[in-house]
Design a protein around this ligand. Sequence first.
Ligand code: MOS
Length: 690
Amino acid sequence: MSAIGTSWARIDGAEKVRGSAPYAYEHVTDAVYLWPITATVARGRVSAMDTAAAESADGVLLVLTIENAPRLADTSDGDLTILQSPEITYRGQLIGAVVAEHPEVARQAAAMVEVTYDQAPHDTEFRVDHPDSYRPEQVNGGFEPNSEQGEPDRVLASPPTGTTQIDQWYSTPEEHNNPMEPHTVVATWDPDAPLLTLYDSTQSTQGVVSTLAPVLGIEPEHMRVIAPHVGGGFGSKGSPHSHDVLAAMAAMRLPGRAVKFAVPRQHMFLYVGHRAPTSSRLRIAADSDGNITALVHEAHTHSAHAKEFAEQAAVSSRMMYTAPHRRTDHHLVPLDVPPPFWMRAPGEAPGMFAGEVAMDELAHAVGIDPIDLRIRNEPAEDPETGKPWSSRQLVDCLREGAERFGWDRRRAEPGTHREGRYLVGFGVAASTYPHMVNPGNEALIRYQDGRYTVRIAATDIGTGAWTTLTLIAADALGIPPEQVHLEIGDSALPSATVAGGSSGTSSWGSAIVTAAHQFRARFGNDPADGAELSAEAADNPDLEKFTAASFGAHFVEAHVDVDTGEIRIPRMLGVFSIGRAINPRTVRSQLIGGMAFGISMALHEESVRDPRFGHVVTQDLAEYHIPVHADIADVDAIWLDDPDEHATPMGSRGAGEIGIVGSAAAVVNAVFNATGVRVRDLPVRLDDLL
Ligand code: MOS
């Protein structure tokens, strides 16, 4: 019997459809309401906050300002340090809050607080040649900022005869995480226990505890975070942000009251993180057969004065293709903007947009098929470390996809395939995402009355963890899924790491498998009622021996209206190598969701920051464009049958974000094939094509 590999319907599906699955805001009915006050200058100091009118408004319970806020115990994290000084480092920074009996009163009273500023000149304009640009000590993911093998500069400067070179810049705009459920927190402080309870929309309940407890100056065991259901994570919920601090401060001033703070949609563009804009320069040299001889990827992006974050956009170029001479580098421009953070495949998504469009340009310049170019430069082992791949089936993904997609119908010469009013093009791009398994995961299993309760502080951010972990437990215990009772989404449960970095299922699942095997070894197949055991995930030495990453290939058909430049994407296919699919139904959903993100990144999303005032003007879903159903036509994802026993005991690899990576490049490459117009700056606009 194997529960893994069955397309089990979501355990939480019916509850969600009926509206009975509680999201953060829906917990606790007897609550009070917080409305935030945000800075309206991008740099300077608050000189005064006049709260008299707000305080006398009916139903106002508390007006928090930079003058009366509780002192934080640890102010080392600039993202979380609010209301501690009059200093403003970005427009939209939280500088106060009103809490009232009713949300309308809180909002109205917050507007009555008169704030005056000593405004200082600000700079929110990202440019590569900014005088303050610097190389960070580390980039996101803990990677070195730069790498070099061979002599790429020499090879690029004096290429042998017959070399083709491309040297181009690619850019992605600032973008904002916009899960369907914005960040939300309900905070209650019980001073007698003492206990701070947060119902928080988060990707990691225990991450919120371990990050916020020292900031608030309380012991981690005096804090509990609960998140049974989360309406999308998108990366920004991978860490608590300043809104959590604000709600906790208010709750601690109003003991016993539940303080609700639903971050308004427009504030999703202010203080919960964003993807910084990126500019990547790609230089690639290849011989006349398309063998890459040198590859240089320099990535530039912005960061914040409040806190450094470096989008690791060039890291994937270290291991995608064979290139004896290779260099990658990262540079950051610190600006008066909010701290950037994780967003939907940070690093890989913008970096592989640049890298995979560059590969398409190289294929065109050399005059070979873009699939052939990638196959020709497929590395037998990790070119950066020399380690073997745990499994790398990129070539199979490309071939399988080409066959299924009808790649042979693609015209190599761009702009030559017209159907009615549309120019038709096919595009391809490769994808990768690292396989990450976090240490420190532990699962508890208890048998009672014919059921096995499995406890772990995992979080389901809408991706299917409730169901997937149930299948993993059933499989490892050798029982039907109906006999598993899973408990997740609560920091009080055994240790678990974040639902982020595509590491959740791998990390939590490994702990569940270890615990299940130990449970069976100790208690056998017929345990007594009350049999219970908890175990940490067993070490997996293979993760040191091999480079483990997921791979994939995206295929896109683009139609471009010859008169208006309108772009339609009638077909998109992703073929992935992700190890064993634990729940085909939910993994397919995750993959096609990522591919829709790719269409969105290619054609729609852009946060426009007004340099005069320093804020994002496209601050709602009317102006921050995302695709609607009519924009997403036939999108399908499949995967190879290639269990990876090196990666996890389930044979699976990380699959959460790989659907995103490379997908925007495939769209742009298809648009080029349709029109002959090469767009290097996202999003593609109609006027780019006219
Ligand atoms: Mo994901 S953007 O790594 O939370």
